[in-house]
Design a protein around this ligand. Structure first.
Ligand code: R5P
Length: 285
């Protein structure tokens, strides 16, 4: 097996290859003066099972993944597995208003053209994977890595900010052997959310909020406020994908959250939880 790391996922690709005990080749990726992407994998051929690790966000990285799939096929890969640690457009998984695109489906259609297998990590809705018509698919859960990271941190309650992520709170809570529950969120706009007061008994508890992603940080800041109002002693946050837009890291640092950690599906200063082991396990399976 050979792992190819695209420019958006270099460190994760190296870590996955090291877990698998196989070679990792980092693609030579450059931008032409007009911004177009050029990729090259410096090998005569790749007559082996090839795993490409590359985020598809933002758009430039999606194009790079498509080009790397083509390279793998041209260099005669026996099979092509794509690992998409953070899958862009996953949240537009249906047409919410007439006239919109079904963006997540479009991404599956193009990414699946040359991939025998597709591995994602905590995809916003796992159901989206059925749009890969001709590829085997697997959504890897980061819950195991998150539970392991927090196992010595005296968490008493795991919460999700909305019912959509309740399964994630259950998964992490069960692995840690602590209670779990969810809050109820209503989204008013891309940047505004309202969270209802918690039903769970939060008094004096160390609470861990888990979510699939943080973009503006609006969701977890509002969730933390409710949990602190309900008497939580501390509130930590773990998310799989730290997208962090609109100065989110600064907002989170200045908020009442006691600590934010995310997985290394996107690399940034808060990505302290590695999913390399769980992804490597899925590749081996
Ligand atoms: C929503 O359904 C997701 O699970 C996240 O809660 C949401 O995307 C986070 O976005 P933001 O950080 O902008 O509130």
């Amino acid at each position: 097996m050979i792992v190819i790391g695209g420019s958006a996922s270099v460190n994760l690709a190296k870590d996955i290859a090291s877990e698998l005990g196989c070679e990792c080749i980092i693609s030579d990726t450059v931008r032409f003066p007009d911004g177009e992407c050029y990729v090259r994998v410096d090998r005569e051929s790749l007559e082996d099972d090839v795993v490409i690790v590359q985020n598809t966000y933002p758009d430039d990285n999606l194009v790079e993944m498509l080009l790397l799939e083509d390279v793998a096929k041209r260099l005669k890969a026996k099979s092509v597995t794509i690992v998409v640690p953070y899958f862009g457009y996953a949240r537009q998984d249906r047409v919410f208003k007439n006239g919109e695109a079904e963006s997540a489906k479009v991404m599956c259609e193009i990414l699946g053209l040359k991939a025998d297998r597709v591995i994602t990590v905590d995809l916003h809705k796992e159901d989206t994977l059925k749009e890969f018509r001709n590829s085997e698919t697997k959504d890897v859960k980061a819950a195991e890595a998150i539970a392991e990271f927090f196992k010595d941190k005296e968490v008493n309650l795991v919460m999700s900010p909305d019912i959509g992520a309740a399964g994630r709170a259950k998964d992490v809570g069960t692995r840690m052997g602590v209670e779990y529950d969810h809050l109820n969120k209503t989204r008013l706009s891309g940047t505004e959310v309202v969270i209802k007061p918690a039903n769970a008994d939060c008094k004096g508890k160390n609470i861990l909020i888990v979510d699939d992603m943080i973009a503006t940080g609006g969701t977890i800041i509002a969730a933390t406020e409710q949990l602190k109002l309900a008497g939580a002693k501390s509130v930590y946050v773990a998310c799989t994908h730290g997208v962090f837009v609109n100065n989110a890291i600064a907002r989170l640092t200045g908020s009442t959250i006691d600590g934010v950690f995310c997985c290394n599906t996107l690399e940034n200063e808060l990505s302290k939880i590695s999913v390399a082991k769980v992804v490597a396990k899925a590749i081996k399976e």
